[in-house]
Ligand binder design. Structure first.
Ligand SMILES: [Zn+2]
Length: 134
């Protein structure tokens, strides 16, 4: 099923569902991401760990790299969720990878009470590194 321009709540549910496919035998932290391209297409990602820990990759970066592979380079928003539906914030590496493609991307997750929370990427990674001068 192709979902386009979902609500924030639908996007969090898609991320939680993607997290169920996580390969995370080392951390046990099952993360999913649902990224919305400028065309409204939703691209999913989940974290994939490796016994050589440094080779592991976060759900957010899987989604971004998959989107780029599909030719999508501008993003509206990304939802991040654990497999049980609770929230988690993107790590610094994922914030920087997202920043490569824009500073006004909305990052959607849930707070400790389960309430949906949104941030602009620029607020999560102020004074960010970029070679584009944007
Ligand atoms: Zn990350």
């Amino acid at each position: 099923m192709q979902v386009t321009d979902p609500s924030d709540e639908e996007l969090l549910n898609l991320a939680a569902n993607a997290a169920k496919n996580s390969y995370s035998p080392y951390s046990g932290i099952r993360v999913g991401a649902a990224l919305v391209g400028e065309n409204g297409e939703v691209i999913l990602g989940t974290n994939v760990e490796n016994s050589s820990y440094g080779l592991s990759i976060c759900a957010e970066r899987v989604a971004v790299f998959t989107a780029v592979t599909k030719g999508i380079r501008k993003f509206k928003k990304i939802a991040i969720s654990l497999s049980d539906g609770s929230g988690i914030m993107p790590c610094g590496a994922c914030r920087q990878v997202l920043r490569e493609f824009g500073r006004d991307i909305l990052v959607i997750t849930r707070d400790k009470t389960g309430k949906t929370t949104t941030f602009y990427l620029d607020d999560l990674l102020p004074h960010s590194f970029t070679l584009k001068g944007e």
